[in-house]
Write a protein that binds this ligand. Sequence first.
Ligand SMILES: C[S@@+](CC[C@H](N)C(=O)[O-])C[C@H]1O[C@@H](n2cnc3c(N)ncnc32)[C@H](O)[C@@H]1O
Length: 250
Amino acid sequence: MTACTLTQKPAQRRPRRAHRGSVPIVPPYLDPLEQFVSPERVARIDHVLAHRLASLTVVCEDVFDPHNVAACARTCEALGLQDLHWVLNKNALRLSSTVAKAADQWLTFHHHDSTEAGVAALKAQGYELWVSDLQADCALADLPLGPKVAVVIGNAKFGISERMRQLADRRYIVPMHGMVQSFNLSVALALTLADLVPRRRRELAMLGQTGDLPTAALAELRAKWLEFGVDRADIVRRALAAEATRDGTP
Ligand SMILES: C[S@@+](CC[C@H](N)C(=O)[O-])C[C@H]1O[C@@H](n2cnc3c(N)ncnc32)[C@H](O)[C@@H]1O
């Protein structure tokens, strides 16, 4: 476990001004399905994908209340995260559709059977594990943002497991100044991401980027999201592929 002594902040450089309305990083894929989707919807999909973040992710440890699950998913989607990890040690995952507002359809969920399995998977992908923990003595704002960070949110009743505490790289608290003991977990997540996401976006803007989803993931999601807007998209895709084969087009 690393103590919260690394308070050195990266040098402040003036972020490069982003071009309003432009979406610079989506390569010009040619998806035959586009002819069945309105140009406005294609543009919206490309805009959202261009702003997606892979370098920040969230792990919910034993969070199972359907309203909390949905609130976490909706917050992640709205702020531009793509991947959401669930470590479910004891409980099954259910999601309140009235709270989620279909956010789950745009996200990629990863399920892990145990805390150890979830941590191992994320560390293998290069993520630092940042555990939100009422017992931590380090404020979130004092942690320097590494290249890949996975924020861990704990169970509503018991908080973070002792095992997760042991395996984490960092522990932080979102400072509180009231009488209550804690935030609701989805609120703690929202406050955390409201701090980290703008930090990451400022760094990306300095590199002339709006998001950091790998190209392969971006292409895969684009194809899937286009399909959401087309009736029987699987059949249409097969018909278009057969037609292209007949015509000898690639
Ligand atoms: C309702 S709290 C859990 C309270 C639990 N009795 C405990 O002692 O941890 C649910 C989760 O929200 C997050 N959380 C709530 N308030 C927080 C805060 N002020 N700072 C950091 N995380 C917080 C933590 O992940 C916590 O495990």
